[in-house]
Design a protein around this ligand. Structure first.
Ligand SMILES: [Zn+2]
Length: 404
């Protein structure tokens, strides 16, 4: 451990989320010590090394400290917005009427292709800064609104630029198979070839993608098509994730498990066999209560079955312009607790440790364990349950990213 630290926070309650501990790993009268942006010590202050010294000592005044929040599923970079369409839905327009009026995902694709890099960066940075102010220290950003090689890569470059210029860690995911672009309506196979033979190889060669994702649904892509995409990702050594079983029972969880996916996301229609497959593969179930809320869904993910099978559950915003215009992880956490009946413990673990696992980053972030990045969220609450209970109250006191 050593005795000299850059910074020490003392006098608070820690939720370490350490895998070695029970539950949230609560430590009363806890302290966190940081050196070179890493956690050097986290535990009871009484167990700090004798004669410790630090450049700065900060009194937590009884506040709760958790690992910084990890938003493991967002579509943060896009052109335009869909507020007009949102309003049409309020007035009773159907999804089809909206699509005929030029709305839906295609309208976001059009706006994204038309936006230059500066505009994509600025609008995404605005959303990202709000996430940061909400306690997020790591965020995943998917492409998927370009649907051509250049725009998909452009979105990923903007995501990388956000990570390089904002005080937050960004991981990127190529989501070429998000929807069939209109110009390929007559030739699905040609679009799939574009994804497998150009998008994935180029994103990989240019170091732009940390993972590959797809949307498996009758309205999007089939099992066989997603298999082709996942094979291409595997050939490049890229891990996969999947939008699975959101609107229909389409075998998404089983397919994700089959490829050892980092995560299977949504899961409203996942059955017992799918849950068992996720458990077997160690794939994280990512729950997206913002989309469930915005779409006024009534079919819930099989929480009890996931729990019984021991599938790790994460919670994310799914921030996107169509079905989840949500930029607050704190709100996502409350929505998950209320709508899906997750416990405070499950929600907090789902927004930290399990979300890190869903990104394959569990060795580096997500818990207050020595050696990990010193990413902390210091909350104006004293009890973990309080963090999940408030809705629309930003409970963040201070966020620490890489020790600052
Ligand atoms: Zn999504």
């Amino acid at each position: 451990v050593g005795r000299t630290f850059d910074r020490v926070w003392r006098g608070g309650t820690l939720a370490t989320l350490s895998q070695a501990a029970e539950g949230l790993g609560i430590v009363q009268d806890g302290a966190v010590a940081c050196r070179d942006g890493r956690i050097a010590y986290a535990g009871p202050e009484a167990d700090m090394p004798l004669g410790w010294d630090a450049g700065e000592v900060i009194d937590l005044e009884g506040r709760l400290v958790t690992p910084g929040l990890v938003d493991c599923h967002t579509h943060l970079v896009f052109g335009g917005d869909r507020s007009a369409e949102f309003e049409m839905r309020r007035r009773g327009s159907s999804y089809e009427e909206i699509a005929r009026a030029g709305g839906g995902i295609v309208s976001t694709v059009r706006a994204t292709r038309a936006a230059d890099d500066g505009e994509l960066y600025r609008t995404a940075a605005d959303r990202l800064d709000r996430m940061i102010a909400d306690g997020v220290t790591t965020v995943e950003i998917k492409s998927g609104y370009g649907l051509d090689v250049e725009t998909e890569l452009r979105i990923l470059r903007v995501a990388r630029a956000l990570g390089a210029t904002r005080p937050v860690a960004v991981t990127t995911t190529l989501l070429g198979p998000h929807a069939l672009p209109p110009e390929f309506k007559a030739d699905r196979a040609a679009y799939l070839r574009l994804v497998t033979d150009e998008m994935i190889p180029r994103a990989s060669a240019e170091g732009l993608a940390d993972a590959v994702d797809a949307f498996l649904e009758p309205i999007a892509f089939s099992t066989e098509e997603v298999r082709q995409v996942f094979e291409a990702a595997r050939a490049r050594g890229l891990p996969v994730k999947l939008h699975a079983d959101q609107l229909t029972a389409s075998g998404g969880a089983a397919l994700a498990a089959d490829f050892g996916a980092l995560s299977a996301d949504h899961l409203e229609w996942t059955d017992e066999a799918g849950v068992a497959a996720l458990a077997e593969a160690g794939t994280v179930a990512v729950l997206l209560p913002g989309a469930f809320f915005s779409l006024r869904e009534d079919r819930k993910p099989p929480i009890e079955a996931l729990r019984r099978a021991g599938v790790p559950m994460a919670v994310a915003t799914d921030c996107n312009p169509g079905t989840s215009p949500l930029v607050s992880m704190q709100a996502a956490m409350t929505l998950a607790a209320v709508q899906f009946r997750l416990t405070a413990e499950e929600v907090i673990a789902g927004a930290t440790r399990e979300a890190a696992r869903a990104l394959g980053r569990e060795a580096d972030i997500g818990t207050l364990d020595p050696g990990k990045a010193c990413d902390l969220a210091i909350w104006d609450v004293e009890q973990p349950a309080e963090l999940v209970y408030w809705l629309g109250r930003n409970s963040l006191h201070v966020r620490v990213w890489r020790g600052r």
